[in-house]
Design a binder for this molecule. Structure first.
Ligand code: GLU
Length: 314
């Protein structure tokens, strides 16, 4: 049974955020998401916040967060509040996890990857190493004597697999059968680290984020995050996933494939290049401030919002 948790509603003003993982400096791709989220917040007359997503500590690079904040400042993208650092948010994540566990919506899991693969193989469906490792639900009914490793969220609720439908402002109608596509997913990892899905949902709510504007590579996480928001009684923001910048090999530009750090010595040229990816026209300007003002008007025209939609939840 799902507990009767409140339906989340926004009381916050329009609020956007940029949430970089400090695994290296910003590159041309991450600048697109930063600029889009800034423009969208400003076009709504709202706030823009920065969150440093430094939960996955082994992937974080010392000093990268400071470099990123410096790059944003050089582009004129200044947050309206001091950045929120996820490494300082453990108590909030623990409180959310405790609520889910107490409500029977999450459970401890004792399976290793090998256990998961063995469970699928026993059902005649061996793991394809290129596919998502969908959790077969082995520990849903109890640990069966195994020590707890991770904590997972139920994606089968009241006997039915969770289906999430949502509308992306750019990509249109989306839907995912979460139980089929990913299965009960991890909130707290076996290595003791908080999972991205839990941290992002708890922090978006804590920061009053009404609009998630981020790269299209993250669109696939949205259904999981909406399910988690519903289970925690938190509001679901609107979403807009921005086009990706591709590397010459056709793959998404990323720190992993050696994307060059963003050059902020010519901020107007850098901003214009990011705007072009967003489909905005070339904007003549003599200063970063003028350029950002013109780009905000162009964004508002390209991605208008129905005021009536604001404040409702998916
Ligand atoms: N920290 C994530 C990343 O850098 C982004 C999270 C988000 O915007 O939801 O890929």
């Amino acid at each position: 049974m799902s507990p009767a948790l409140p339906t989340g509603r926004f009381s916050a003003p329009p609020t956007g955020r940029f949430a970089p993982s400090p695994t290296g400096p910003l590159h041309a791709g991450s600048a697109v998401a930063a600029l889009a989220s800034w423009l969208d917040a400003r076009a709504q007359g709202g706030r823009w916040l920065v969150r440093i997503e430094d939960v996955d500590t082994p992937r974080c690079q010392p000093g990268a967060a400071e470099v990123i904040l410096g790059q944003l400042a050089a582009l004129g993208l200044l947050p309206d509040a001091p950045p929120l650092w996820q490494s300082s948010r453990g108590a909030a994540y623990q409180a959310a996890l405790d609520r889910l566990l107490a409500a029977g919506l999450a459970y401890p899991c004792g399976c290793s990857r090998r256990d998961i693969d063995a469970a699928w193989a026993a059902q005649g469906r061996p793991h394809d190493r290129f596919a998502e490792r969908v959790y077969p639900g082995t520990c849903r009914a109890g640990l069966n004597g195994k020590p707890a490793r991770a904590t997972r969220l139920m994606t089968v609720v009241d006997g039915a697999g969770v289906q999430i439908a949502w509308t992306d402002r750019r990509l249109g109608a989306q839907q995912q059968d979460v139980a089929q596509a990913v299965g009960d997913f991890i909130l707290h990892r076996a290595d003791g680290l908080w999972a991205y899905q839990l941290a992002v949902v708890v922090d978006d709510a804590a920061q009053g984020v009404t609009d998630v504007v981020r790269g299209a590579d993250l669109a696939d996480n949205t259904a999981r995050q909406i399910h988690l928001q519903r289970q925690l009684g938190l509001p679901t923001p609107r979403h807009l996933h921005t086009p990706l910048v591709l590397a010459p090999d056709g793959h998404k530009l990323s720190k992993q494939n050696g994307a060059a750090p963003l050059d902020t010595r010519q901020p107007l040229a850098t901003l214009q290049a990011a705007a072009a990816v967003l489909g905005l026209p070339a904007l003549p300007a003599t200063s970063v401030t003028d350029w950002l003002a013109a780009a905000t008007r162009a964004w508002a025209a390209a991605w208008p919002l129905q005021p009536a939609v604001h404040g409702t939840v998916a």
